[in-house]
Design a protein around this ligand. Structure first.
Ligand code: DGL
Length: 365
């Protein structure tokens, strides 16, 4: 269902002391001027679902259903957010992000590109489940070519929970998306007062509100109700690849490496028709002899093979224990398996399958 609140200024649904405090912090002096000349930056909020839009259900004390509350209603419940930007909200999907898929990704790109082409917006906020937020952020980074801030935001607690973190996160995301200093920094992820870059951010904890970290680079900035600070880290741009006219992207499977591993998983992926395989390898992207031999044979048959690691941080290096040059593999460097999968699907969709060209794309910051 599409909820549209375009050009609507939101009246706070919650009043009282909290509202007074928030409005006090977001005084007009802190509001962002629109580069287009309006009083406030214009921010388009695209809802996709997730815990931030979750509602408690009767299954158990802590049970909830993702994606039940529209982005428009989430915003309407945050006192003072209308002091930060002229906000419009639309619903792209209402799903838990475990169900995130190519169709929603393509719909997001289409809507964002239209908003940019029509000069409708100065910033975009996407509400999203945290489970696959890093994949959506990295996908967008590699296909959107814009300086406009695109900010993904979610929460670890549903909107009905005691101590729900969604409203503060959404407020922070709005502050980032509406700020001129956020331009040209690639796609960003905002949670728990912290701003991350799409290339580096990872969900690292199943339940903690401090779940997002960027193990190989650190955050790119910090935001709270009173301030926005970017660190010196250079913004990443992404590969800027073309998106095919319609989904799906080519099939790329992730194979998780483990002790006692044989060739079966790799052979099954090839049988299933995988055009690419990302190895979530042990250590420096390694695997058993059986699995590496099967990957070498898959590469010979034209399947693009990229080695990443299950470790959670660090770079995968070429030709250390595995002879990448000889076997025709690329390595994912600092990209975790799930992001390496996104990039590989886009590369194959763009006809980039030669291991050397694939390797270059992984090195593109
Ligand atoms: N179902 C998960 C999702 O939508 C919950 C995690 C979350 O959103 O925080 O990603």
């Amino acid at each position: 269902m599409l909820h549209s609140l375009r050009s609507t200024r939101f009246a706070p649904a919650i009043v009282g002391l909290a509202a007074a405090l928030m409005i006090g912090l977001a005084s007009p002096a802190t509001a962002q001027q629109s580069p287009a000349g309006g009083a406030l930056a214009r921010v388009l909020v695209l809802g996709t679902g997730g815990t931030i839009a979750g509602q408690a259900n009767a299954r158990a004390g802590n049970a909830y259903d993702s994606g039940k509350v529209s982005a428009a209603n989430l915003i309407a419940a945050i006192p003072g957010i209308d002091q930060l930007a002229q906000i419009s909200a639309e619903q792209i999907s209402s799903i838990g992000s475990q169900d995130m898929n190519d169709k929603v990704w393509f719909d997001l790109v289409k809507r964002i590109r239209a908003a940019i082409d029509n000069k409708e917006v100065d910033g975009v906020v996407i509400t999203h489940g945290t489970d696959t937020m890093e994949e959506t952020a990295f996908f967008l980074q590699n296909v959107l070519d814009t300086d406009i801030p695109v900010v993904l935001v979610g929460s670890m607690r549903p909107s009905t929970a005691i101590g729900a973190d969604g409203p503060a996160n959404l407020y922070d995301a709005m502050r980032v998306a509406s700020a001129p200093e956020s331009r040209g920094r690639g796609v960003l992820v905002v949670l728990n007062d912290t701003i991350h870059g799409a290339r580096w951010v990872q969900k690292t904890n199943t339940t903690s509100v401090q779940t997002f970290r960027s193990p190989d680079a650190g955050p790119v900035g910090y935001v709270d109700t009173g301030s926005l600070r970017f660190l010196a880290a250079a913004p990443t741009k992404g590969a800027k690849l073309k998106l095919p006219d319609a989904p799906p992207l080519p099939r790329v499977d992730i194979i998780y490496s483990h002790a006692n591993m044989d060739a079966a998983e790799v052979e099954d992926a090839v049988k299933r028709g995988a055009k690419g395989i990302v190895l979530a390898g042990v250590g420096d992207g390694n695997s058993s002899k059986g699995a590496i031999d099967a990957l070498a044979s898959a590469a010979k048959q034209g399947v693009v093979v990229v080695r990443s690691t299950r470790v959670g941080s660090g770079y995968v290096n070429r030709n250390v224990e595995v002879e990448d040059d000889k076997l025709g593999f690329a390595v994912a460097l600092d990209l975790n398996p799930q992001k390496a999968r996104v990039l590989l699907a886009l590369l194959i969709a763009n006809g980039i399958t030669d291991p050397k060209a694939v390797q270059q794309a992984y090195a593109q910051p």
